[in-house]
Design a binder for this molecule. Structure first.
Ligand SMILES: [Zn+2]
Length: 132
């Protein structure tokens, strides 16, 4: 998903407040990485947001706001990668479970065509499941 400068700048406050979806975040980071104009907008908004939070919290003011923004961008990119990996793993699990269910159904329906080792194994499993 590609987004325009206008859409990117519209997402800045949502991004800074962590109110952005993964899909929007991916498009946002991709745009920010290639557009100096929007990066500058983000830096300015980040500084303002950070300054307001500082006034509210009276925490120690970091002198290197640029580094803080880089850390935030890095964390966002890492979170996206982790979420992508997790969704791939989830799909692998779903497909594996689906194949397992199909194999079980097939072995129940076509028992007479199975090799004897497999039918012996199925009988053992059935005995264990029935508790005898
Ligand atoms: Zn832009």
């Amino acid at each position: 998903m590609k987004i325009s400068c206008r859409e990117t700048q519209h997402l800045i406050s949502a991004y800074l407040n962590d109110e952005i979806s993964d899909r929007e975040c991916a498009a946002f980071l991709a745009h920010i990485g290639t557009c100096p104009k929007c990066m500058h907008e983000l830096e300015t908004s980040f500084m303002l947001t950070y300054a307001l939070q500082y006034i509210d919290s009276h925490e120690k003011l970091s002198t290197d706001i640029g580094t803080l923004l880089k850390e935030k961008l890095h964390k966002s990119a890492m979170r996206l990668r982790l979420n992508r990996l997790l969704s791939v793993l989830m799909w692998i699990m779903i497909v594996t479970m689906g194949i397992a269910i199909l194999l079980i159904l097939a072995s129940l329906l076509f028992r007479e065509f199975l090799p004897s080792a497999w039918t012996d194994l199925l009988e053992q499993i059935e005995q264990v499941l029935s508790g005898s």
